[in-house]
Design a protein. Structure first.
Lengths: 533, 572
């Protein structure tokens, strides 16, 4: 201690109880901010920046990033919450709430003179037990069950959008995942494109079985809509350019230079000609069409040639769309035009362009057996679009989690209640002071149902009494937010992800223990933590 | 026409960019204004190279920079990240239709717009008012904002780069890294790498760039302005990496600059090591990812010879960035000149070059050196006989750690001179410029192996929002006066309307001290056994091998320039 001050006399040092109270205050501060977000009855926050930019969110993770968090403890918790989001896509608000509550419960006992180490020992025991309970509590979903998936994604979406919209979006999410999942139920969510269109009313959001690109053909003579189209997906430059290797042109006269330039041009023209030849070979009658989608550039001269041959060409497609395209339409992406033949072509029944101001969208629809899909979101404002996008992500992640966990957990606070009961029983079996920590952990878990109840406008204590009274119930008891009474979570159709709860228990316990065990805090170099006093 | 897409990463880079686009906007304005000088009306510069034509959902045409800016959250001050051109309904529909529950509003105090921004929006309202022929009374009653007040207000208080920007940007242009605030710790390479990967920032930024590139029929290259003093260099490296991946044939020209005020605070030894390592790592990484790198950023711009006719306050980014932006404008002018055939000579421009051409010229010839020194004469001296001797001498480097008086017989350089004057404020013709430069080379002691000249009659226009940085020797048209003007020693846009500029990019051994110091620092703090900074590099995500690779890149650059390669691994 004194040695530290020897090294840096300006360092600001906080010790023992002081350090602890800094940590606890930070955690509780965050908890207060995010508390009102939790659950389907939580509150949306509309953030208006100094420049008038609007963002609306209810997502704990987004909010944490919008706040300029200065407090180091709060910063640490925010990181845990971000990790929760990255791993599971949900439970960010719960993370903050649970860490805050764990610290609050611990504080009660520590101020009575209990050593923090004893508390954390209890926490660790309780966490292990709670994970056991979670494993017993989960409901296995080995088979693909649309009903359950719908409920899970509705549970996630209802916390973010209105009931009616949630039902609609949940259908879209489940359908989208159904399209992209492979035989072993593996899901790569990147294969779902989410496209935003700022337009009309948001109930227009829809699932496109196929792909929507956010750009269109760049030649006035190309058709705006074609049917019965072959799709060539390629990654080949159709742009005249000087070679990028360090070899300049060497020429003596202007004519010689012209000749070299035209030779280069011819090189590109030959590539274009190969596409045109292929088109002529496959489009045997006028009802068939041909669309080229290139990841690299296509210059005006090439576009011109293609347009004359009746081919629709789209350039600079997103890298990820190259993969999605072949999954949606079939065919193979082509990196060179050597041996170009019909086997690499995909097919789409309809390809058409939609123009909105300067924005162009190209719809590729009516495809056979798509393995990729697009969710098209429409809303009148940019902030509403972003809100929809965040919600859709949550809905998709929830479904993906079920498929990879092969299980779900009854929601509406049912798990926390069940774990509380089990932990109070478990507490009796533990000898020594660690049982106080177990007790504290059990109490802290109740913050989730309590907050759900109070956000819905019910008295948290009343609700707890009602819920805990159903102790001997055989069904998972959760809170019905419409009535404030206890109810069977499965009947309510509220399901959470197993992995979310698991991660929540692990990370909250870890962060809380780390914070509790801090008994000295030193801050040097930057301005003081406590500010001017 | 060959398009250029501009990228600005980091706060200081956006300061430079803001000045740069102000110049372009001024050029556009002057070309249309009936009162302006002939050189502005007919400059034969193709602005479409930098700008794009668009259309709002209401069908109004727009003309906006083809640019992607990346910066901290909240760094846009009172300007909305979506710009103001594409706002359809002035934010009246605040009700949330997607949510039936409770909504609470947390509004930050609206940031006060400074006098300049107020006057801009007033001007626009006036235009609308005139078109609709209403509310004229209302406008007249408001006190006119005087230009003088605006200049003074900007002089005393510029906090954000948007404070002095008069340009409308496309909604896709301005990207804020949400969750990353300016007051956060963001001062090293490692942090920037993380920031790019987190929160899908990387993907979103790539998408923004793709939006602009997809529109280009035939892109000539990407000019990238990077503030490489902190985390933004790591972020840019990641960004450039994905560009190299996605657009392998598009040349990237990197202009990395830094704020002189940063150099002023020197903290403890640990900080110094971190700083030195950061500089070495970021330079090595960034140079790998572009075709030509132009490092600028003097530790003290005010005391440098490059600003001998200017009075700069180093602590103000508003000041120093104006100089770097002017230089950027000058050396990038040839990209916009119309390529004329060998026989037809334009009377306004000569020596057009595309980005590929400049890369070939400087870095692609016998010596493959892609680190380029930028020299500037701001304002350029007159071409009259007496001053000719000093013409080359007036070009002073903006690149730090450059050796003076180096005899390099293999040097390659390209000069860009625009708006040059002969005696008095007489504009020089293109041929006069050519002759003067030729004469200057003849009189100088050493002559580069190869040189190229781009010239234009159009000087650098000084827009209203420009700092008071001109000294007493600079006249109204940027000519250097014989006798200093009496009165205030700080002169800005009201007194000086345009200036002639000369810049020179050179590939020369003079850059060796710069490279060697980077290499030396990397070896001393990062590679040597027991190096103090090794754990630091590890925390930035560089394994031992990767650090050695970085060193390899730097030592290769040094070796290219050294006639006798004796600099091989002497660290063992």
């Amino acid at each position: 201690m004194s040695s530290i001050q020897l090294l840096n006399p300006k360092a600001d040092v906080s010790r023992h109880s002081q350090a602890l109270s800094i940590n606890i205050n930070g955690a509780r501060g965050l908890q207060d901010v995010l508390k009102t977000n939790l659950g389907p009855k939580g509150t949306y926050k509309m953030l208006i920046s100094g420049a008038g930019d609007i963002k609306i969110t209810k997502d704990g993770n987004v909010l944490l990033h919008e706040m300029q968090i200065q407090h180091p403890t709060a910063n640490l918790i925010a990181k845990a919450s971000t990790a929760q989001n990255d791993q599971t896509g949900d439970g960010t608000t719960s993370t903050v709430l649970l860490i805050g509550e764990l610290l609050r419960q611990a504080e009660i006992h520590i101020s009575d003179g209990l050593h923090p180490r004893v508390v954390t020992d209890g926490f660790d025991l309780a966490k292990k037990k709670a994970l056991e309970v979670l494993n017993k509590f989960k409901i296995s979903q080995k088979e693909y069950n649309k009903e359950v998936l719908l409920n899970v994604s509705k549970t996630a979406l209802k916390t973010k959008t209105s009931r009616k919209l949630a039902d609609q979006l949940a259908e879209i999410c489940v359908e989208a995942v159904n399209i992209i999942k492979d035989d072993s139920n593996k899901v790569d969510l990147h294969m779902i494109e989410i496209m935003q269109m700022q337009h009309r009313s948001e109930n227009d959001s829809q699932l496109i079985r196929g792909l929507v690109l956010d750009h269109g053909a760049r030649h006035p003579d190309m058709k705006k809509s074609v049917t019965n189209a072959f799709i060539l997906t390629c990654n080949v430059s159709l742009e005249y350019e000087k070679t990028t290797v360090n070899a300049g042109f060497f020429y003596k006269t202007a004519e010689e230079r012209e000749k070299l330039v035209s030779a280069e041009r011819e090189f590109i023209d030959r590539r274009v000609q190969k596409i045109i030849d292929l088109k002529k070979a496959v489009c045997t009658d006028s009802s068939k069409n041909f669309v080229v989608i290139n990841q690299q550039g296509i210059d005006p001269a090439s576009l011109d040639m293609l347009a004359k041959a009746g081919i629709v060409a789209i350039r600079r497609a997103k890298r990820r769309n190259m993969e999605r395209l072949t999954l949606a339409c079939g065919g193979q992406p082509v990196n060179s035009f050597e041996n170009l033949n019909a086997s690499v072509l995909g097919y789409a029944g309809q390809v058409y362009e939609y123009v909105l101001g300067e924005e162009k969208f190209t719809f590729i629809e009516d495809v056979k057996d798509p393995k990729s899909a697009t969710i098209l979101l429409k809303a009148p404002t940019k902030f509403a679009l972003n809100q929809l996008k965040d919600s859709i992500y949550d809905g998709l992640r929830a479904i993906k989690n079920v498929l990879s966990d092969q299980s779900v957990v009854p929601g509406a606070g049912a798990f926390e209640i069940a774990a509380y009961h089990e932990l109070t029983k478990y507490e009796q079996t533990i000898k020594g002071k660690a049982r106080i920590g177990v007790r504290a952990f059990a109490d802290a878990l109740l913050i989730i149902p309590k907050t759900l109840a109070s956000n819905a406008g019910y008295d948290a204590q009343d609700a707890m009494v009602k819920l805990l009274a159903e102790k001997d119930s055989q069904v998972p008891v959760g809170i019905n937010l419409e009535t404030g009474d206890a109810a069977d979570a499965e009947v309510l159709g509220v399901y959470d992800n197993f992995v979310v709860k698991q991660q929540l228990l692990e990370s909250c316990n870890m962060i809380a223990c780390n914070l509790l065990l801090v008994d000295e805090m030193m801050k040097a170099g930057l301005t003081s933590l406590k500010g001017p006093e | 026409m060959r398009e250029i897409v501009t990228i600005q990463v980091g706060n200081y880079a956006n300061f430079i960019g803001s000045h740069f686009w102000n110049f372009q906007d001024e050029l556009l304005g002057l070309a249309e204004s009936p009162e302006s000088d002939q050189v502005f009306k007919n400059h034969s510069l193709d602005m479409d190279v930098l700008y794009r034509t668009g259309e709002t959902q209401q069908g109004l045409l727009t003309y906006t920079p083809r640019m992607v800016s990346v910066n901290f959250q909240g760094s846009l001050g009172s300007v909305s990240s979506r710009g103001s051109l594409y706002n359809q309904t002035p934010a009246k529909s605040l009700d949330v239709m997607t949510w039936k529950g409770k909504v609470t509003t947390h509004a930050s105090e609206p940031l006060r717009r400074n006098l300049f921004l107020q006057s801009l929006s007033e001007e626009e309202q006036e235009l609308v008012g005139q078109a609709n022929d209403l509310d004229n009374v209302n406008n007249n009653s408001q006190a006119e904002i005087q230009d003088k007040d605006i200049v003074e207000c900007l002089e005393s208080d510029v906090q954000y780069w948007t404070d002095f920007s008069k340009v409308h940007y496309h909604p896709q242009s301005l990207y804020e890294l949400s969750g990353l605030w300016a007051d956060q710790d963001f001062d090293n390479y490692g942090l920037g790498k993380e920031a790019f990967c987190g929160h899908q920032h990387g993907e979103e930024i790539d998408d923004r760039l793709r939006f602009f590139i997809e529109e280009c029929d035939h892109i000539q290259g990407i000019q990238c302005v990077v503030d490489d003093s902190g985390g933004f260099s790591g972020l840019s490296a990641m960004f450039l990496e994905s560009i190299a991946d996605e657009y392998p044939n598009v040349p990237v020209l990197l202009y990395n600059a830094r704020n002189p005020s940063l150099h002023m605070d020197s903290k403890g030894r640990k900080q110094a090591i971190s700083r030195n390592l950061h500089d070495a790592v970021s330079f090595s990484r960034l140079s790998e990812l572009c075709k030509l790198i132009i490092p600028v950023g003097l530790p003290s711009l005010s005391g440098s010879r490059a600003s001998q006719f200017l009075s700069i306050k180093d602590e103000k980014p508003y000041h120093s960035s104006a100089v770097y932006a002017s230089a950027l404008h000058s050396f990038s002018l040839p990209f916009r000149m119309k390529q004329s055939g060998p026989s037809a000579e334009s009377i306004c421009t000569s020596g057009a070059l595309d980005m590929y051409g400049i890369v070939q010229m400087l870095a692609g010839q016998t010596r493959q050196n892609m680190v380029t020194i930028l020299d500037v004469a701001m304002p350029a001296p007159s071409l009259s006989d007496r001053a000719q001797q000093s013409f080359l001498g007036n070009l002073q480097p903006l690149t730090p750690d450059v050796a003076a008086d180096v005899e390099d017989f293999h040097a390659v350089e390209t000069m860009s001179i625009h708006g040059a004057v002969t005696s008095g404020s007489q504009r020089a013709s293109i041929n006069e410029v050519k002759d003067a430069v030729e004469a200057a080379y003849d009189n100088s002691v050493t002559r580069p192996k190869f040189s190229h000249l781009s010239a234009s009659t159009c000087p650098l226009p000084i827009p209203l929002p420009f700092p008071l940085i001109f000294g007493k020797m600079v006249g109204q048209h940027g000519e250097l006066l014989e006798t200093p003007i009496s009165g205030s020693s700080y002169r800005g846009s009201l007194e000086v309307h345009s200036i002639p500029m000369a810049t020179r990019l050179r590939s020369s051994t003079a850059v060796l001290p710069f490279l060697e110091s980077k290499l030396g620092n990397l070896r001393r703090f990062g590679i040597e056994r027991g190096a103090l900074g090794a754990p630091l590099l590890q925390s930035w995500g560089f394994g031992k091998d990767e650090v050695e690779d970085l060193g390899e890149v730097l030592s290769k650059m040094v070796m290219t320039l050294k006639p006798y390669p004796q600099y091989s691994s002497d660290s063992d």
